[in-house]
Ligand binder design. Sequence first.
Ligand code: NAP
Length: 242
Amino acid sequence: MEVGLGAAESRELNIGFFSRMIRKTPWVRMKVAASLDGKTALDNGVSQWITSDPARTDGHAWRARSCAVFTGIGTVLEDNPRLDVRLVATPRQPHLVVVDSRLETPLDADLFIAGRTLYIYAAEQNDGKKLALEARGATVIYLPGPNGKVDLAAMLRDLARHEINELHVEAGHKLNGSLIREGLVDEFLVYLAPKMIGQGFGMASFGPLTELSQAVDLEFRSTEMVGPDLRIVARVKGRDQF
Ligand SMILES: NC(=O)c1ccc[n+]([C@@H]2O[C@H](COP(=O)([O-])OP(=O)(O)OC[C@H]3O[C@@H](n4cnc5c(N)ncnc54)[C@H](OP(=O)(O)O)[C@@H]3O)[C@@H](O)[C@H]2O)c1
């Protein structure tokens, strides 16, 4: 007789917890909303809304299961998003994490939500801006890497120390590209809209690769229709072997 969840299902449900305990880093899931030709924003930066209402609602359910949502200053400045959970019921709001090398987050940005934990990781020290952001409720952490930007691998380790199990990335092509280039992404959650956009921004700026053998190898875990859009969950091969 089968009793309760199997070990494999239980591990999947708690993959972030296992990741943090064993690897000392969160499980990193990158969410992307794109056209069928893989574009996440028009050339002029407009990206709202490529996918449909049902896809956005589904995206909020994935946000809700995460411990923290993660974005870059490019998205903050372009879209002024809240990045909270509004479209599904949730017992708590996930934290928000922003990488913002020079502390350019506007003090009147919509992401300041009372009671939500907000971590801003920066690379350049500016104590005036740090104090102003902290007065708005943010925790500012300096973590510069060798390239003058935030050290993303160190940031993940720091988030694990803050008990972040699952990190839900919703960023633009630059931060997405850095995360992939540095081998920090475990899984992709991609919504594809039945649209062609042509010129525009892709999912992630990295490369150019010179050999196909350098591609990030994935395996599709699931494909499902969500309203008119297609949802694909794809995992980087071997990433769950810990
Ligand atoms: N369709 C979608 O799924 C989706 C989701 C989100 C956003 N978007 C769209 O994406 C566009 C914004 O794209 P974006 O690429 O400018 O924004 P982004 O990827 O969210 O943010 C990029 C910025 O993050 C900062 N950063 C800090 N540390 C970094 C590091 N180690 N590596 C990389 N970046 C680091 C950099 O700025 P500093 O060096 O100045 O800190 C960089 O310019 C908007 O049009 C938005 O609408 C689309």
